[in-house]
Each structure stands twice: as C-alpha cells, then as structure tokens.
Design a protein. Structure first.
Length: 369
C-alpha cells in the first residue's frame, strides 16, 4: 500500500516540479567545457573571437573518487563527453587504466582534453592532502575546479547483530572518505591567499536516500550518509564566511544496478528486501545523468528519481532548499503521506518477524551458520 501512496504523491509533486522549473530554472550552473582566464600562457588556450584582448578558455578539471565502477564510472564518461579534463581515483590500478581508456574514447575533444588516474584508498586516514597535491601538480599547478566524492560501500545487516567493526568500516569509507577530502580541498580553495574568481568551485558529496529515511537492515550504512548530509549543510553555511566562490552539493541516489548492488544483496536481511520490494532500481547511466543534470541546474540537494525527491521533500528540516516555494509546499503534502506509509512499513516488519522469529536465528541460517 505504501508504494501506491508514493506514486500518488510523486504524481502531484512531479506536476508542481514541472511548473516550478519553468518559473525558476535557467542556465547551466556547472559547465565543464571551459572557463575564461586572463592568462594567454595556459594550456588549452585559444583566441576568443569578437574580443579585443586575448583570453584563454581553460577546460574544467574534475576529480572523481570511486570512478571505476557503477555510478562513478558512468559519471566520468559523461563528463568526458561534455568536454572536461578528468582525474579518476580508485584503489585498483587495472580498473583505473580501463576507465581512463574508456573516457578517452568518449571525450568531446580528445585532442585538447587530458585524463589521469591516481590510486588511493579513501578509507585510510590522512589520504586526502597528498592526493590533492598530486592532482594539482598534474593540473599544471592550477587548483581543481570540481571534486566529486562518489566512493562508498554498503554492507547491510542488523546493526547490533553485526560486529561493531563493520559500522566503523562503513563510517571510514562513507563519511571520512568524503570528509577528509573536503577538509583538504577547502583549505586550498579558501586559503587567505587563494584567488577570488567569478567562476565557482564545486564540491560534490554522494549520500543516499537513506540519509532522509533510514530503513531496517542499513544500520551500518545509513548513519555515515546522514552525517555526510549534516556536514554538507554545515559547510553550506561556513562557506558564506569566505570571499571565494565555492559551492557545495550533495547527491542522494537510491538503488543502482551495479556490482556494488550485487555485493550488497549478499548480506542484506530478508526483511530489508521485503521493504524495498517495490523500490525502483536505476541503471548507473541514468543515475549519473540525472545527478549531472541536477548539478547543472545549480541544485544543492540532488535527487535522481521521484522516490528520492519525495524523501527529500519530507525530511528537509533546516537544510537549504532548491526552491523555497516548491520544497515547502510539497514538504507539507509529504507529511500527510507519511501518516500512511510509516505504519505500513512497521506492519510489514512485525508480520515478517512473526513468521521468521528472532533475527539472530534466521540471519545465521541464511548465512549458512
């Protein structure tokens, strides 16, 4: 029953969204195929026609973590097709090399675009400073323009049935992996001597719809994603205190059909699968495309489907709005829908437990213990 209500609510908010886009939309807020520089000596330079002085059109340089699989791999391929220079980051060198070859073949302007990879483990403490330094050195000493933290991992389980070490691992990669990058990067972008330029820098986090509404079975995974949302909200405020033009965004995907999703399903409790039975699972290409579209629209919170949008509207709290009018109005509608959805979810949990007993028993049986 709950998902029929989602669909009804989604139809309402979709109509409002279409109307709102016509009222409030306009322009690409994150172009990646060039920015104007006053220095004619930079690489990738050309003379702009109909301008009296020489200028240089520099391609945007984008660093993406978690770029060799799923959403991340699709995102860098699409960004390459839009004309950006790209640095891909992951642990596995062989997959990094494959990814670089793939994005080279997808490049909009292969003669001028540049691609590079860096092998790094974002779950390790203090990884980010050296990574940023290496990336800047490759970028001819110029600051990075966009950094998108996608690297993450989900290992579902009952929170206190699983060893606490699992939650610590999830926090290391899903929260600290992005938080350390933000710390190192913003110290560079917002340093007292950092230039103040009209073109904004963009820091993009990747959370999950579970940061809006946690679901049973994701105890090790949801808290770091919710913490990431809180960090993004905080940085959104802090950056107002600095003269540099830096934008923070956070993307909230749902289920993505990928190798990571297949691994996730190996440990996912059966009750979690019951709750998610009607949830859409999107292709990584679609998720990457919709995420990039949201970033180009200038959205702070980027969702990639109607279900995620509904979760966002119903759980905004004190977060910045993409549209104060639409988000506030539909947020009120969402609260009414939750009056029916939440009891339905709890009913499914109770029914499942009556059939299967204590989680420790059927969990161990499912895992062959």
């Amino acid at each position: 029953m709950s998902f029929y209500l989602y669909i009804v609510g989604a139809a309402v908010v979709a109509l409002i969204s279409v109307l709102a886009m016509g009222l409030f939309g306009g322009g690409n807020h994150m172009p990646v195929d060039g920015k104007v520089s006053s220095s004619p000596m930079q690489s990738n330079c050309r003379v702009l026609k109909h301008v009296l002085t020489y200028s240089c059109l520099l391609l945007q340089t984008i660093l993406v973590t978690g770029a060799t699989e799923g959403m991340g791999r699709c995102a860098v391929r699409q960004l390459a097709a839009k004309g950006a220079n790209i640095i891909v980051v992951s642990r596995n060198v062989a997959r990094l090399e494959e990814t670089v070859a793939e994005i080279k073949s997808a490049a909009k302007n292969p003669q001028t675009q540049r691609f590079h990879y860096i092998s790094a483990d974002v779950s390790k403490p203090d990884y980010a400073r050296s990574l940023v330094a290496e990336a800047v050195a490759w970028n001819n000493g110029q600051p990075l323009d966009i950094v998108w933290c996608i690297a993450g991992k989900s290992s579902p389980d009952f929170w206190f049935e699983a060893p606490l070490s699992l939650s610590r691992q999830q926090m290391d990669i899903n929260y600290w992996g992005s938080a350390e990058m933000a710390h190192a990067l913003l110290r560079e972008w917002c340093a007292p001597d950092a230039p103040v330029v009209p073109e904004p820098k963009h820091l993009v986090f990747t959370a999950s719809v579970l940061a809006f509404f946690p679901v049973i079975g994701y105890g090790p995974y949801s808290p770091p994603k919710a913490a990431l949302r809180a960090l993004a909200d905080t940085l959104n405020q802090e950056l107002e205190a600095y003269p540099q033009n830096v934008k923070v965004h956070i993307v909230f995907p749902g289920g993505i059909q990928s190798p990571g999703f297949d691994r996730e399903n190996q440990t996912k409790p059966e009750i979690t699968k019951v709750i998610e039975a009607d949830d859409p699972v999107q292709s990584p290409e679609e998720v990457a495309s919709r995420a990039i579209q949201g970033l180009e629209n200038g959205d702070y919170m980027v969702t990639v489907g109607l279900l995620g949008r509904f979760f966002q509207w119903s759980a905004l709290g004190g977060s910045p709005r993409n549209s104060w009018i639409v988000d506030t109005v539909v947020g009120g509608i969402a609260q009414v829908i939750w009056m029916y959805v939440v009891p339905d979810i709890f009913g499914k949990i109770r029914k499942f437990m009556k059939q299967h007993g204590h989680p420790g028993g059927y969990r161990n049986k499912a895992n062959g213990v």
